[in-house]
Design a binder for this molecule. Structure first.
Ligand SMILES: O=C(O)CCC(=O)C(=O)O
Ligand SMILES: [Fe+2]
Length: 354
């Protein structure tokens, strides 16, 4: 999903191609208004230590309760933590990055022959604003088509490089197992049965977003991905260079440090709604670098498209008023589509007192 914009001649200019050609400036369509630029609007706190959890200690009777507590604090304060010793083979993660890099390094003509601006297609490029409007409409179809078990849609992934489906598929399947383990810990940290919502999670979906952010000569003027929270219940992300930033409750941005082999866990809107706001889905964004291309792989796990999500009774009492209405992600997309809105936040549309 390499960023592209329509140029004046009406054809597409790939950001990756501009980087390859060593273009010194940034096409004007990419330049953000001053207040939306990465170093402008809000404070940065580079020195804060963000939470890192060693999940192998879960199997250790002495450390187990401390790890559960750590996860609970991280979910409450930020909705974010990094995981080391997660149990996924580091070679599987490495191989997936390798397959992604091989894909993004293919010649422009090859990639463009595989890619589409239609969000329903599995290989897509960034789009101009008009196309984003269509994307909202198509997103509904996209999730329906591609959120079945991986075995039914892996054939739609790129066939070039030849290793892509195998390597990305192995990693994606490992993440599917891993996210269930993470959710067990998250529910336990809430004082619930680790198998809470097991059935809904089983019926849920996984979307693998593989993002490439080409090196950019003017990183202070642009963003790789604008601020947003993820709509599902959990996102597991890996990055090969720093670039992810998360916002805390004081609206301060924090750069997520690169920890070799670690996986980044972020809660999504569905968990913030279910916990009635006790746990957070963090606003995050991706910045770009002047020196390096960056790849991130985000595995987005969500409840089934039509599942009505609402705060669970365990989180509503006389001290915690009901803060969210109920609504499915499908209804949210219909709402965007009907009102011709191109972007929106799932949790914000359900918030009772915005
Ligand atoms: O590239 C990143 O680090 C962020 C990606 C992301 O937020 C997403 O795919 O939802
Ligand atoms: Fe995201």
């Amino acid at each position: 999903m390499e960023a592209n914009r329509e140029n004046s001649a009406g054809s597409f200019n790939s950001a990756m191609e501009l980087t390859r050609m060593g273009v010194a400036g940034v096409p004007k369509e990419y330049i953000l208004p001053p207040l939306q630029r990465p170093n402008c609007s809000l404070a940065m706190q580079p020195s804060t230590v963000l939470p890192v959890t060693d999940l192998s200690l879960l199997h250790h009777p002495i450390h187990r309760s401390k790890i559960i507590e750590e996860v609970g604090i991280a979910c409450k304060e930020l909705g974010f933590f990094q995981v080391i010793n997660h149990g996924i083979d580091l070679s599987d993660i490495h191989d997936a990055f390798d397959a992604a890099a091989q894909f993004f390094n293919l010649p422009y003509e090859e990639k463009i022959s595989l890619a589409s601006a239609d969000v329903r297609e599995p290989v897509r490029y960034g789009t101009s604003l008009n196309q984003v409007k269509d994307s909202v409409r198509y997103w509904r179809d996209f999730i329906k088509h591609y959120s079945h078990p991986i075995s039914t849609w892996i054939d739609l992934w790129p066939s070039n490089p030849v290793c892509y489906r195998n390597k990305m598929g192995t990693y994606t399947q490992a993440l599917h197992v891993f996210q269930k383990q993470v959710m067990e810990v998250v529910f336990e940290s809430l004082g619930l049965n680790p198998n809470y919502m097991n059935e809904e999670i089983e019926k849920g979906s996984q979307v693998m977003a593989v993002n490439c952010y080409p090196a950019c000569p003017k990183p202070d003027l642009v963003l790789g991905m604008p601020p947003h929270s993820d709509y599902g219940y959990l996102t597991i992300l890996a990055q090969n260079h720093p670039g992810l930033e998360i916002m805390d409750h004081n609206k301060t941005w924090h750069r997520v440090p690169l920890i070799e082999g670690a996986l980044i866990v972020q809660l999504g809107d569905q968990m913030e709604i279910i916990t009635n706001g006790r746990y957070k889905s963090p606003i995050h964004r991706a910045i770009v670098s002047a020196e390096t291309n960056r790849i991130s792989m985000a595995s987005l796990h969500s409840l089934a498209f039509d599942t009505k999500v609402r705060p669970a009774p365990e989180f509503v009492d006389e001290h915690h008023v009901l803060s969210y209405k109920e609504g499915s992600f499908g209804e949210f997309l219909d709402f965007l589509s009907k009102n011709d809105i191109t972007q929106g936040s799932y949790k914000d549309t359900l918030r009772k007192n915005p």
